[in-house]
Design a protein around this ligand. Sequence first.
Ligand SMILES: Cc1ncc(COP(=O)(O)O)c(C=O)c1O
Length: 398
Amino acid sequence: MSSDVMERENLSMASVYWKRPLEITHGRGVYLYDKGGREYLDCTSNYGVAITGHCHPRVVEAIREQAEALLSCHGTFYSEVRSALLEKLTSVAPESLTRVFLSNSGTESVEFAFKLARRSTGKKGFIAMMGGFHGKTMGALSATWNKKYRTPFEPLVPGFSHVPYGNLERLEAAIDDDTAAVIAEPIQGESGINVPPAGFLPGLRELCDEKGVLLSLDVIQTGLGRTGKMFACQHYGIEPDIMCLSKSLASGLPIGATLATEDVMSKLKMGDHSSTFGGGPVPCAAACATLDVLVEEDLPAKAAENGGYLLGKLKGLEERYRIVREARGMGLMIGLDLRFDILKVILGALDRGVLVLDAGRTVVRMLPPYIIEKGHIDTAVSVLDEVLGEEEAARLRD
Ligand SMILES: Cc1ncc(COP(=O)(O)O)c(C=O)c1O
């Protein structure tokens, strides 16, 4: 199936993405629609972005109102909507994170975190996690683990090393006098929905304190309610020194935010960093509306409840099919680990009207909008059941 749009995109767009054979025209709530009006149940939130559902009326209205008033406003000017966002964001964030730098994407929020850590400690080294994903610009890429992303672009930024995710002994051994910060995801997303052992994040906090090293958490995928709490570190009662946020914050408009403690942020000097678009009024308005909806509708609690329901159902598939290695996750951040490459499963689900993501080669990743209901989950799981059933039967035949 090929449309004029597909042909035009294929002709001119940099070919860095694998493409689904699907041209999306609009979205409402948990559904996306193609040109022919076919409905797709979206269990991707467009890679963890559309957490309030597609085109939530309050978010759309906030964008429309702001767009009519002012489209751009550089950080050197004051802006009412920016100040409102800063207030709302710091009021839901871990208490000690009182300062914010606003940018436009996840990778930018990570870049700023690295500069901040070097500036505030005077040290140069970073320790990241094997399997970690932090973005693809040169600094963030230096912390990202996957060699497929890194190797073609070396030399990367010096000073980065990686230790096994969840292993505090190896981390302790890797910290030296020049270590500025440790960076980790509370749950690794891109590399397969890896939930660390329960003691890992508290242990990480303790170790960083003991060694005088900053702890930077990348909550870009887990952030803003997906795991069942506004920020995943809140499950463990710990606070990082620096926190990188993006994806979901403005329900789909580009935004990044790096939060830090007063002490860490106070070491910055005028001009150390800047962004022409960062903190622009339209993404700020969308983020304000997103935070209002999240808080007023208590969406993190919904993510916890419906995530538990979804994981329970996927555990049923784990028991039923030999080709399923494991179902795992937290809240509405869930992976179904299979014993083979999952592209056929993703495309099979798409054919049946359900959109899911990949994470690594073998994990079907589900990051649905938090407004998903149990009935939608039943539909998604029965489609996966069908696709896996066919796949298992085919593999037994071969
Ligand atoms: C944990 C994490 N960090 C960073 C990024 C990079 O974000 P962006 O694609 O907005 O640069 C991602 C994107 O998937 C992510 O999941």
